[in-house]
Design a protein around this ligand. Structure first.
Ligand SMILES: NC(=O)c1ccc[n+]([C@@H]2O[C@H](COP(=O)([O-])OP(=O)(O)OC[C@H]3O[C@@H](n4cnc5c(N)ncnc54)[C@H](O)[C@@H]3O)[C@@H](O)[C@H]2O)c1
Length: 289
């Protein structure tokens, strides 16, 4: 999508971090911006600040609920006539440092519902609208955890993000076959300095495990190391700039950490040679190996 000015961007998870930075970037590019987030207090602040740059409106929604994402499309059409650039970005990390079998049913459901189903609801709701008017771009936020695997981030996060990459690749094939004016990118960032380690504060009640599981020595050590890795990650505004350039140049895979390419190549070599799974950059960053 070469021309952004005068069009409308919709961003989920827009109250914080990467989503907030994308909302700022789209406003600076002359777009109207619709911000959506589960955190109403932070969302109100974001709407007010983005409105100082250009037309902006926002809706508190939970992306795990299909009808709320549908309401976001209706809200966008009411305010700005149509959506053009849709960033399915809201996400949570889930409890770090647990083995896959140690995550509770609620942990799995929460992470998969936000990180995968949130994207699925965004795709199912907004793509027919984009196809109808014929000028659109979807950015699905995955992660470098969608291209590699490991043992430090929750297995639910790796599973959800791999699925977002696969879903986005399927969308690419579909659009290539039938919709020359509609494109898709998948954002696979490395560490970014955001509030993602505060995600428990945004865990809806229905995804709470009662009583809460007891932390293990390993989960506590990994969590502490992840706080450091995330805190020293790239600033979100740099990520938004990379996404901006990828959208106007119509790039599909968007990385923020060039070193990810080595991890991806190692993983693919292991698959080609029927070797054993390799670990991604995040494991190396967290364990210092
Ligand atoms: N920070 C990183 O290092 C990093 C790396 C790779 C990928 N990502 C991905 O980037 C995306 C944005 O995360 P971030 O790092 O900016 O974190 P963040 O916590 O700063 O922002 C995420 C936003 O999503 C919102 N959110 C959470 N659950 C929601 C729900 N059910 N419905 C609507 N909104 C909800 C939160 O309130 C928050 O405002 C996520 O998909 C995350 O997985 C982040």
């Amino acid at each position: 999508m070469k021309e952004l000015a005068g069009k409308t961007a919709v961003v989920t998870g827009a109250a914080s971090g990467i989503g907030r930075a994308m909302a700022d970037r789209w406003a600076a590019a002359g777009m109207s911006v619709v911000l959506a987030d589960i955190d109403q207090v932070a969302l109100d602040v974001a709407i007010a600040e983005v409105s100082e740059v250009g037309p902006a409106a926002g809706l508190p929604i939970d992306v795990t609920v299909a009808s709320e994402v549908e309401a976001l499309l209706a809200f966008t059409v009411d305010h700005f006539d149509r959506a053009h650039l849709v960033c399915n970005n809201a996400g949570v990390a889930g409890p770090p440092g647990h083995a896959p079998h140690e995550l509770t049913v609620e942990d799995w459901q929460w992470v998969l519902d936000v990180d995968l189903w949130g994207v699925i609801h965004g795709v199912r709701t907004f793509v027919p609208h984009l196809l109808e008017h014929g000028d659109g771009h979807i950015v699905n936020t995955a992660s470098q955890a969608g291209l590699t695997s490991g043992s430090v981030i929750s297995a639910a996060y790796y599973a959800a993000k791999h699925a977002v990459v696969a879903l986005s690749e399927c969308q690419f094939h579909d659009f290539a076959a039938r919709a020359p004016g509609v494109n898709v990118s998948v954002l696979c960032p490395g560490p970014v300095a955001t509030n993602i380690m505060h995600d428990e504060a945004r865990r809806p009640e229905r995804f709470q495990t009662v009583p809460a599981p007891v932390a293990t020595d390993r989960s506590e050590a990994v969590t502490a190391a992840m706080w450091d890795v995330i805190a020293s990650g790239r600033p979100p505004h740099e990520v938004a700039e990379i996404v901006h350039d990828a959208v106007i140049n119509d790039e599909f895979y968007i990385y923020t950490d060039p070193n990810i390419v080595e991890s991806v190549a190692a993983r693919h070599r292991a698959i080609e040679q029927r070797g054993y799974p390799t670990t991604g950059r995040m494991d190396a960053d967290v364990t210092g190996s």
